[in-house]
Write a protein that binds this ligand. Structure first.
Ligand SMILES: Nc1nc2c(c(=O)[nH]1)N[C@H]1C(S)=C(S)[C@@H](COP(=O)(O)O)O[C@H]1N2
Ligand SMILES: [Mo]
Length: 396
């Protein structure tokens, strides 16, 4: 038996940073304050959002950990961490975003089901690990696979060990199409490092999958097995959650089978230097935030309005430093999988609303209002982000 084990209660949770905003204690769901997201391009591990559906698994002995490859493969395989580390190491800077990011704002239109969260269920990290495509080659699935695997596999299922009540106490699992897994350009990795350090327990120690450009739910943590399967994963989190429904669907008329599991996330932008309600003195105001799109689509432009959306100006995009504006070019992977940060400034003399919206390289835009994308699970709130700024009269 692999020594990765799932506690049945919350008595073995890891220590956590005190400035995280806790949205649910058991299971532990938390996000950093907005300001932490723009303090650095790469989000520090301890401030990175945590999204869990059960107690955090424990690995007492890394020597006895292994991961199993099974399902539609000619010979099932067991790989230790040492075996995985022997494969060439790949790093990818990728933004992970929970589909439920900005859910609290959506629930103000009409209540939704799901853990509330502000705008910080998102972060960017440098993930290091083995390419999933290299690992699949060890079980006879080549990178040039163009249809299904030799034994008829079309999906790759990732299975964890954590105990989730949605799975009736079973482990979290999900799948991605096999062709995405074998495509080197998709950069799907089995990560054992986050920002140059071994993954910590909250983020999937010892091994997790990272599927860049796709909602966080597919990046399964604490891997125990990878199955090659014919059809997509039948688990709760693939079939009965993380699907986008139209506003007319409610808990009485929902038919889960009518919708595909959400994969890519849509274009998003958020102001992080201000809260929802702010009071400032008249004068220059500088706003900073993040913008990101899914599916490897970089950000083409970020627009900011200082008058509630009547007029707009283009923000300066940057990565490492505000002093070096970001210029996209064909040769760098730049913002392919990761966010850009942005900055815009203006003089404000009276109470107003500051608004942001981004455009990705496919020309996709964010919807103006959250009402038109309201859905009962409260996912994918990518509406224009608005913050209110009350300007104080300095003579009072
Ligand atoms: N095993 C397991 N993997 C999981 C989850 C989980 O609860 N269990 N949550 C998923 C969801 S919904 C998200 S958004 C990301 C969050 O990753 P993080 O906690 O490292 O930020 O992990 C995904 N992988
Ligand atoms: Mo998520």
């Amino acid at each position: 038996m692999s020594s990765l084990r799932a506690p049945s209660n919350y008595s073995e949770e890891p220590p956590r940073h005190p400035s995280l905003v806790v949205n649910s204690q058991e299971p532990f769901n938390a996000e950093p304050p907005r300001s932490a997201l723009i303090a650095s391009y790469v989000t520090p591990v301890d401030l990175f959002y945590k999204r869990n559906h059960g107690p955090i698994p424990v690995l007492d002995d890394i020597e006895s950990y292994y991961m199993r490859y099974c399902g539609l493969v000619e010979k099932p395989l067991e790989l230790s961490m040492a075996d995985i580390r022997k494969l060439s190491k790949h790093t990818v800077t990728a933004t992970l975003q929970c589909a439920g990011n900005r859910r609290t704002a959506m629930s103000k239109v009409k209540p939704v089901k799901g853990v509330g969260c502000d705008v910080s269920a998102i972060g960017s990290a440098i993930w290091g690990g083995a390419k999933l495509a290299d690992v699949l080659e060890l079980v006879g699935i080549s990178k040039s696979t163009s249809v299904s695997s030799p034994l008829g596999g079309n999906h790759v299922e990732f299975v964890s060990v954590d105990m989730c009540k949605e799975e009736k106490g079973g482990p979290y699992k999900s799948s991605i199409p096999l062709l995405q897994a074998t495509n080197l350009d998709a950069e799907v990795i089995l990560a054992y490092e986050m920002n140059g350090q071994p993954l910590n327990r909250d983020h999937g120690y010892p091994l997790r999958v990272i599927v860049p450009g796709v909602i966080g739910a597919r990046s399964v943590k604490w891997l125990s097995s990878i199955n090659i399967i014919e059809n997509e994963c039948q688990g709760f989190f693939t079939q009965r959650d993380y699907k986008m429904f139209p506003p007319t669907v409610n808990w009485e008329n929902i038919d889960w089978s009518t919708r595909r599991p959400q994969m890519d996330f849509p274009v998003q932008s958020v102001i992080c230097s201000l809260e929802e309600e702010n009071t400032v003195e008249p004068g220059k105001i500088v706003v900073h935030g993040y913008a990101v799109s899914g599916g490897g689509r970089g950000i083409e432009r970020v627009d900011v309005s200082f008058d509630g959306g009547k007029t707009w100006e283009e923000a300066i995009r940057y990565q490492k430093s505000t002093e070096v504006p970001y210029v996209a070019d064909d040769t760098s992977s730049g913002d392919k999988w990761a966010w850009v940060l942005f900055k815009a400034e203006a003089d404000v003399s009276h109470t107003t609303e500051i608004v942001t919206k981004a455009v990705d390289i496919a020309g996709n835009v964010q919807p103006e209002n959250v009402g038109v994308i309201w859905n009962l699970r409260g996912i994918l709130n990518t509406s224009w982000h608005r913050v209110r700024v009350e300007v104080e009269d300095p003579n009072f």
